[in-house]
Ligand binder design. Structure first.
Ligand code: NOJ
Length: 453
């Protein structure tokens, strides 16, 4: 079999990582402005103040998408542009930017896929407790309504939250991401729960506007757990490891903690045992709202771990072979990441899966011939897409794939150290150069995956 005829091919970005214009047209600071502008928080002191200057150059960027025959583009809306005070007045100028962007995309034949929250919380809401404050879900509902009222006549594909594990885990537990807190489990569990309540409220608003015409999903992340060999025992070990908090990962990084409530209407038993005492009072009353029906399961997948048994027969993550291939950020290259990652998600959540992000960090530069040659990105993506195709062959319902990222951008705490884009961005002149991988991806798109072989 091959990729299905209506397979969605796309590329993705996020507001803070590309827009710049951090203090223009009424936008207020987000937690990421405050964090990145604090010395010592990001690599090289890099900030998203200007990023790719996409706010001013979106027309050029959409023209590139058109050149690349990109059918779909996933981007996020910056909450502090839309409701700069967190609650109350809507900033029309902020919304107008996204309205112009959507019009530009549609006239270039690119279908917009909008993420409502990709980590840029208005700082003013952080000062009121951020995700720890139960009223945040009402603030998020107001913001969602403003976005949907403006874009909802032209956008029909929506994602509520991107990688809740990161803004909760990296943001509130170990301080690597904004707002940079080191909080105890009792606060973090509440923040996680409130984010899922906010998700539910947003889904209700989206459905009220678009009904079944809208395609709505949620986007957690995980590392794929890959069976060392394809025996039923090893497959079962990998499946278990994928959804449990031990031994492979920390509690608030576990995908089931954030996805079971949303797709299955309950917390996983093993996790509930640990966090129930910390959840907000009467948390059970929220579960119906949290688990409104969705159209797809979005998953960001980059890497995997090999699961097998040690010499005593005890299940474990197998150690890396010396010199194992890694990307520039030292993430393992595992060809079967998309195959097993999507398969386990589909089995458990029973929704069409969309790979909402996948790609690699690379140290690309403009070569002396003026082009950007990035054979590693081509090889990586080919391996991963062949793995995805295998999953399709094995019966997994996979509706789409979005490459991360359309263009090089601000990689959070890693600043501009490495590059994830199909398009190279010079962060001094803002010149865009289409990389070899982007032209290669265009052929993949135009052949609906046939050129991978
Ligand atoms: C996940 C995040 O959603 C995105 O913002 C980030 O840049 C990529 N992964 C790469 O780390």
């Amino acid at each position: 079999m091959a990729f299905p005829p209506k397979f969605i091919w796309g590329a993705a970005t996020a507001s803070y990582q590309i827009e710049g214009a951090w203090n223009e047209d009424g936008r207020s600071p987000s937690v990421w402005d405050v964090f990145s502008q604090t010395p010592g928080k990001t690599y090289n002191g890099d900030t998203g103040n200007t990023a790719c200057d996409h706010y001013h150059r979106y027309k050029e960027d959409v023209a590139i998408m058109k050149d690349l025959s990109l059918p779909a583009y996933r981007f996020s809306v910056a909450w502090p542009r839309v409701i700069p005070t967190g609650r109350g007045a809507v900033n029309q100028k902020g919304l107008d930017f996204y309205s112009r962007l959507v019009d530009e995309l549609l006239s270039a034949g690119v279908d917009p896929w909008v993420t409502l929250y990709h980590w840029d919380l208005p700082q003013i809401l952080q000062q009121q407790g951020g995700w720890m404050n139960p009223s945040i879900s009402d603030a998020f509902a107001e913001y969602t309504r403003a976005v949907v009222d403006t874009l909802g006549d032209r956008v029909s594909n929506w994602m509520t939250f991107n990688e809740p594990q990161c803004f909760v885990g990296l943001g509130l537990i170990n301080g690597h991401h904004a707002p940079g807190y080191l909080l105890p489990q009792t606060d973090v569990a509440k923040a996680a729960h409130h984010s899922m309540v906010a998700h539910g409220k947003a889904v209700d608003i989206l459905r009220a506007k678009g009904g079944s015409k809208y395609t709505i999903g949620y986007v957690p992340t995980t590392q794929a757990m890959i069976p060392a060999t394809e025996t039923p025992d090893n497959i079962e070990l990998a499946r278990k490891a994928m959804f449990s908090h031990t031994p492979a990962r920390e509690l608030f990084w576990t995908i089931s903690l954030f996805s079971d409530p949303v797709y299955l209407g309950k917390y996983p038993d093993d996790i509930l045992e640990i966090i129930e005492k910390d959840l907000p009072k009467n948390w059970q009353d929220d579960m119906a709202l949290i688990s409104r029906d969705l159209d797809f399961f979005g998953i960001n997948l980059y890497s995997g771990k090999i699961i097998g048994t040690d010499t005593q027969g005890v299940p474990c993550v197998l150690p890396d072979a010396p010199g194992k291939p890694q990307t520039a950020l030292k993430w393992n290259v595992e060809d079967e990441t998309l195959r097993w990652g999507t398969r386990f998600m589909y089995e458990r959540y029973k929704k069409p899966v969309i790979v909402t992000e996948n790609g690699l960090a690379n140290s690309d530069w403009v070569h002396m011939d003026g082009k950007v040659h990035d054979p590693s990105r081509i090889d990586f993506t080919r391996r991963y897409l062949l793995g995805l195709e295998k999953a399709i062959d094995e019966g997994v319902d996979i509706a789409g794939y979005f490459h991360w990222s359309l263009m090089d951008n601000f990689e959070w705490a890693e600043g501009y150290k490495e590059r994830f884009g199909l398009v190279h961005v010079d962060f001094t002149t803002f010149k865009r150069t289409i990389k070899d991988s982007a032209w290669w991806y265009r052929d993949v798109i135009l052949s609906n995956g046939a050129s991978l072989h």
